[in-house]
Write a protein that binds this ligand. Structure first.
Ligand SMILES: Cc1ncc(COP(=O)(O)O)c(C=O)c1O
Length: 555
């Protein structure tokens, strides 16, 4: 989010002078009254704490020329001042996290930097409100304003994705998947079973009928992508509740190509005949042919569900079009809102009219009360994603990923499937003689934050792994482009080729090569740190925030 490096009107950095002036005057008054109110209301603010922490805000307001006052900075400082009055350590950790993210290059494919507007929409009294139900149909009084916020977020989601129905309450991607599963089970299995019993109300069934119904709902089949081929835990992994809910069948990628084999998938689906045929991934670098998958689902009368948690931003921005856009083909689509979509941490479900009634019953099916403050932040992020500059952003996410993968291969690194169609790709680190775990830790010591990841059919298992997963959503938000991708590939290569596993010295494995411990050549480490530092100096995260001032005031 380097100012000047981003297109005009980018919501992440845009400042509007008139609004800023009005807001700064308002915040000044509000700040003065908040100091008094908070002391009276909760009785937690000591006079000393108020003076020292709030001075950051006063210092900023007095030092900046009125036309330079940034409403985001004012709000951020006011927020930290309030937090510090109660728990200075929490405010200090928030500032330390900013310092960490300023000095480490984030290549975690599932993370991003949301706008200050998105962050600030979460910090308010909407969090105090219970609003079980959905807009216009609540189990609590006084939900008019939550109704407005939620209905607006739903409208923005439908506009963005061009879908029939959206549900924006899921607290996370995992919740969204659970809601989708239960909505499908209720619609396709429980509903018809209740009809057969000439009942509409499960609570009115006899214990015997209820147990028969439960057994029926609990014996359905789910077919999703295998965790080790890039699928998610919630897609039927045995350590996740999804594997207890369904009889699960998983499909992998082709051993040779690393890609989905649609013919093999069709043959498997015809054999399994799942209730839910699920597509979507956490670590698959290629576009998916959703048209073909829908045809397979139809051939076996399955509900076609897509978890686009990772690539929702590429759908929103139009990178995935035609058969690569899941919306026209899937019955139900789930997503997170915090990855490529660049919103707050959370989830959503999109669906056709058939499933809308049950999806809207996410509470009581799975969740309790929604998080209205997070729905407000989703509303902001979805509005931002509906702007033309988001399409430009998502195109750059994809072109940067392709450029980074290409540059890694030019450096001699091994990239799974020889490239990427989306925002992420996998690097096999075993040619460097190390595990994914060693590579992840060594890179972190050199200022690069990413995560180790299993490669398909990984001999090192899911803990040590043989791979790294790299993604470009965050670096692209910072404004980086293709030349920075080639610099990053150079840094990655230098670190990986100067990291060596150590030999285990004692115990039953003495003499063996460690899968966890390693050494990095000190010269290579300091050079990498210098190169990362130089890169991040040009592309600081949240550049409007003065880190030294924050550290002086809250550190
Ligand atoms: C494909 C997929 N689905 C679901 C999730 C779960 O999202 P959350 O961590 O918000 O529960 C993830 C998270 O990484 C994911 O990659």
């Amino acid at each position: 989010m380097r100012r000047g490096a981003k297109p005009q009107n980018d919501p992440v950095t845009q400042i509007r002078p008139i609004e800023t002036l009005i807001l700064s005057a308002f915040v000044g008054i509000l700040w003065a009254s908040t100091v008094r109110c908070s002391t009276q209301f909760w009785g937690v603010s000591s006079a000393m704490a108020t003076v020292s922490h709030s001075s950051a805000l006063t210092d900023y307001l007095t030092a900046a020329a009125p036309e330079d006052i940034d409403s985001g900075v004012v709000a951020y400082l006011a927020n930290l001042s309030e937090v510090a009055k109660v728990a200075p350590g929490v405010a200090a950790s928030i500032v330390l996290e900013l310092a960490d993210q300023r000095s480490n290059l984030k290549l975690i494919a599932s993370e991003n930097y949301c706008s200050l507007a998105t962050q600030l929409a979460m910090g308010n009294l909407l969090t105090d409100k219970y609003a079980e139900g959905y807009p216009g149909h609540r189990f609590y009084a006084g939900c008019d304003n939550v109704d407005t916020v939620e209905a607006y977020a739903v409208e923005q989601a439908c506009k963005l994705f061009g879908c029939d129905h959206a549900y924006v309450q899921p607290h996370s991607g995992a919740d969204a998947n659970l809601i989708a599963y239960w909505a499908i089970l209720m619609t396709r299995v429980q509903g018809p079973a209740l009809d057969a019993l000439e009942s509409t109300n499960p609570s009115a069934l006899s214990p015997e009928d209820w147990n028969r119904l439960r057994a029926k709902v609990g014996s359905q089949r789910l077919m999703g992508m295998d965790y080790s081929s890039g699928g998610h835990l919630t897609h039927g992994y045995r350590h996740n509740v999804s594997a207890q809910m369904f009889e699960c069948f998983t499909y992998g990628v082709d051993r040779k190509t690393g890609r989905l084999d649609y013919d093999a998938l069709e043959a498997q689906a015809r054999e399994v005949k799942p209730l839910i045929f699920l597509a979507g991934y956490s670590a698959y670098p290629r576009a998916i042919d959703f048209e073909r998958l829908r045809a397979i689902a139809d051939a076996v009368s399955a509900v076609f569900m897509v978890d686009m948690a990772h690539f929702a931003g590429l759908v929103a921005g139009g990178v995935f079009e035609g058969k690569h856009n899941p919306i026209p083909y899937a019955h139900v689509v789930t997503s997170t809102t915090h990855k490529t979509l660049r919103g707050p941490r959370g989830g959503l479900v999109l669906c056709t009219e058939e499933f809308a009634e049950m999806v809207n019953k996410g509470c009581p099916l799975v969740i309790g009360g929604p998080l209205p403050h997070i729905m407000a932040a989703k509303a902001i992020a979805l509005t931002e994603a509906n702007r033309p500059e988001f399409a430009d952003y998502s195109r750059r996410v994809q072109s940067n990923a392709a450029a980074l993968a290409e540059a890694c291969m030019s450096e001699g690194l091994v990239v799974a499937t020889n490239g990427t169609d989306n925002h992420l790709f996998l690097v096999d680190v075993t040619p460097s003689g190390i595990t994914g775990r060693q590579a992840e830790s060594a890179l972190r010591e050199c200022g690069v934050t990413l995560n180790r990841n299993s490669l398909p059919y990984d001999a090192n298992g899911p803990w040590y792994t043989s791979g790294l997963r790299l993604g470009t959503p965050a670096a692209t938000t910072l404004g980086m482009g293709e030349s920075e991708m080639s610099e990053i590939a150079g840094i990655l290569k230098a670190v990986l080729s100067h990291t060596k596993p150590t030999t285990i010295e004692s115990g039953e494995n003495a003499g063996k090569t460690s899968q966890a411990k390693y050494t990095i050549d000190p010269g290579a480490q300091s050079e990498a740190l210098e190169r990362v530092g130089a890169l991040l100096k040009r592309y600081p995260v949240y550049p409007e925030l003065d880190l030294s001032m924050l550290q002086r005031s809250f550190g």
